[in-house]
Design a protein around this ligand. Sequence first.
Ligand SMILES: *[C@@H]1O[C@H](CO)[C@@H](O)[C@H](O)[C@H]1NC(C)=O
Ligand SMILES: *[C@@H]1O[C@H](CO)[C@@H](O)[C@H](O)[C@H]1NC(C)=O
Length: 188
Amino acid sequence: MYSTFLIAIVSLLAVPAHSANFMVTVGQNGKFAFNPQTLTDVNAGDSVEFMFYPPVHSATQSSFSNPCVATSGGFDSGLISSSDFNNPITKNWTVPDGNGPWWFFCKQPGHCGMGMVFAVNPTDNETFTTFQNTAQGKSSSPGTSSTSSTSPSPTGGDTPAGNGALPFGGVSPLAWPLLLYILATITL
Ligand SMILES: *[C@@H]1O[C@H](CO)[C@@H](O)[C@H](O)[C@H]1NC(C)=O
Ligand SMILES: *[C@@H]1O[C@H](CO)[C@@H](O)[C@H](O)[C@H]1NC(C)=O
């Protein structure tokens, strides 16, 4: 009895302080959202595994006051292009020293302004709600290291979520000359 107890104690002591791994989906089910949107009680050395779903998203570090502006030197997954709805591409962020909070957004044009943001250890005076409200309507500023060759193209199973405001009002820029031509023909 006593030896069992002793073994239990010894094995507890033998277990090294291990870090936690948090999984966060990015754009799953065609939603312009991180899930979960916040993590709390996250410690230095823990890892956050971002899982990227189609079509194109990023997890890019920003700041509380500028949710849609990349922090220079901060974590940036880069724009991740994915086409497989069942096998997301993953990128890990290792939590640095300090208590945070840490703030993130998706830098694909239009997404941050639709509230596609994420927070680690938000606080009482810097809440996720305030952060997300600040992001609403803002355009993404990916910083200097951006690769902005991709344009927002929600297609296939990618159904807009949130307020559903698509860039260009859902009309492809290429369609405008055609639309104008049709309008001109009608009024003649
Ligand atoms: C991320 O971290 C987890 C847990 O440490 C690990 O299992 C996974 O392989 C890592 N993924 C990548 C892409 O490094
Ligand atoms: C919130 O409180 C922290 C700690 O006192 C402070 O550093 C930070 O500037 C405050 N943020 C705002 C938005 O007031």
